[in-house]
Design a protein around this ligand. Structure first.
Ligand code: GNR
Ligand code: NI
Length: 188
C-alpha cells in the first residue's frame, strides 16, 4: 500500500480518456488499495485512477471518509458538550462504470476536486441516475444513485472521460479558477 501523488490541473494527463479494465487481477486490487489510501490521506470522498496517473476506468468512493480510529472530537457548540463520533467508512469500488438513465431534473451542488485544490463552484448535474459497473472480481452490478452519491459518481465518471468540474463552468469562471490555482501555487 502506498499514498500516491495526486495530479493537479492544468496537467494535460487529466484530459486523458481512460481505457476499460480487462484483467481483474492482483495488480488491479493493489491499484485500488493505493487509491483508497491516497483518497483517505487527502480527505477526499472519491478518486479516479487518472488522478494518480493511471489511465484506467477505475473509481473509488467513500462518502464517509473519516478515520474510524480517530479520537472523537470534543465540541461544545450550542452550549452543549458532546463529541463527534466518526462514522463507519463505506468504501466502494467501481470498475468500468457506465451512467444509465440520468434524470432530466438537475440539481446544483458546490463541487471541489483533489486535482483542483481549494477551488469550489456550483455544478448542475442530473439529480439521479443508474450506474452499471464491475467489481474487483469482474462481476457486473447495477444500482440507482441519488443525493451525494449521484453527484460524486458523475464527477468521477467525468475524470474517466478527461473532464474536470471546472470544465462545466463558463470560460470566464474556469479561467478565473485556473488563475487562482496558479497564484496559490506560486504563493506556496
Ligand atoms: O473530495 C471530493 N469532494 C467532492 C465534493 C463535491 C463534489 C465532488 C467531490 S469529489 C472530490 C474528490 C475528487 O476530486 N474526486 O475526483
Ligand atoms: Ni475530482
Amino acid at each position: 500500500m502506498a499514498i500516491r501523488e495526486i495530479i493537479e490541473a492544468p496537467d494535460p494527463r487529466l484530459k486523458t480518456v481512460s481505457v476499460p479494465v480487462e484483467t481483474f487481477d492482483a495488480e488491479l486490487k493493489a491499484l485500488v488499495d493505493d487509491m483508497f489510501e491516497t483518497m483517505y490521506a487527502a480527505n477526499g470522498i472519491g478518486l479516479a485512477a487518472i488522478q494518480i496517473g493511471i489511465p484506467q476506468r477505475v473509481l473509488v468512493i467513500d462518502l464517509q471518509p473519516d478515520d474510524p480510529d480517530a479520537e472523537p472530537e470534543p465540541c461544545d457548540h450550542d452550549g452543549h458538550h458532546h463529541t463527534h463520533q466518526p462514522t463507519k467508512r463505506e468504501p466502494r469500488v467501481f470498475i468500468n462504470p457506465e451512467i444509465l438513465d440520468p434524470s432530466v431534473e438537475t440539481k446544483a451542488y458546490q463541487e471541489g476536486c483533489l486535482s483542483v485544490p481549494d477551488i469550489y463552484a456550483d455544478v448542475d448535474r442530473p439529480s439521479t441516475c443508474r450506474v452499471r459497473w464491475q467489481d474487483l472480481e469482474g462481476n457486473a452490478h447495477e444500482e440507482a444513485m441519488d443525493d451525494m452519491m449521484a453527484v460524486c459518481i458523475q464527477h468521477e465518471m467525468d475524470h474517466l472521460n478527461g473532464i474536470l468540474f471546472i470544465d462545466h463552468l463558463s470560460r470566464l469562471k474556469r479561467n478565473m479558477a485556473l488563475k487562482k490555482l496558479d497564484k496559490m501555487r506560486k504563493a506556496a
